[in-house]
Design a protein around this ligand. Sequence first.
Ligand code: 6CS
Ligand code: FE
Length: 288
Amino acid sequence: MPMHDPIDRYPTRVLHTPGLLDRPDPVIWGSDADPEILGFGSRGYLHRAGAISPDTAARCLAEIDRIEHDPDLRDDERTVREETGEAVRSVFDIMNLSTIVADAVEESGAAHLARRILGSEVYVHQSRLNHKPGFVGGAFYWHSDFETWHAEDGMPAPRAVSASISLTANETYNGPLMIVPGSQRVFVQCRGATPPDHHHESLVTTTPRIGTPSESAVAELVAAHGIDVITGPAGAMTVFDSNVLHASSGNISPLERANIFVVFNSVENRLREPFAADAPRPRHLAAR
Ligand code: 6CS
Ligand code: FE
């Protein structure tokens, strides 16, 4: 098994009281004077309206419907259902499951922005659809994506970004992305060892136990930075730092909320052995 660097600069899943560590790595790895990514360094995200056309968004939505009803994918491990029943919560590896979705990601320009932010060539670490049907869409509790990707996928540094492309309007009331702007500069350690096959639980539960920041850490960061609720029409895109603290509430409104998420990792940041788990997660969650 390849050895890690002797010191893990982002220790997490600790058994002692977890702390808030200053991020030793930059947020912008390219030029932070780049006008295209203005504000990303300080806020940890940027938002673009009209990244894909309404027509492309509608075609992607039709694809989602096809995939969610495809009998061959019904019991596929890439399809994750809500803990409370049959509604589809996420479909992973969506760019390989649908060329229409892959073309929409191309149209969005997300990879171009990722290269500017990460200062290198990039590859897709993970792609997924997060679907919050009306009335029964489940919440995603507060977390840092990087904390999971470091602990369970072996991602060395937070030199990765996610692009969230909305296929439906994201309103204040249908479970939009909530981001704590500025929190990307702090690594929030999480308490507790990673159980085997943790992703079977972590991707489904709306009340995660492991890989979850403490309420005091979330309260402290929100007191310092507030919460930005990212709303916008179908076709809008939010590119956000892999370590920024974010969440989304459930959706009990009648209006569904469906977003494509694509994670770009720097080719200089390839996955190693997990930093805090016994075995790497499957390829549909973390491309190697
Ligand atoms: O574990 C993961 O990779 C996924 N979990 C969350 C809550 N966000 C990032 C990613 O989809
Ligand atoms: Fe996330």
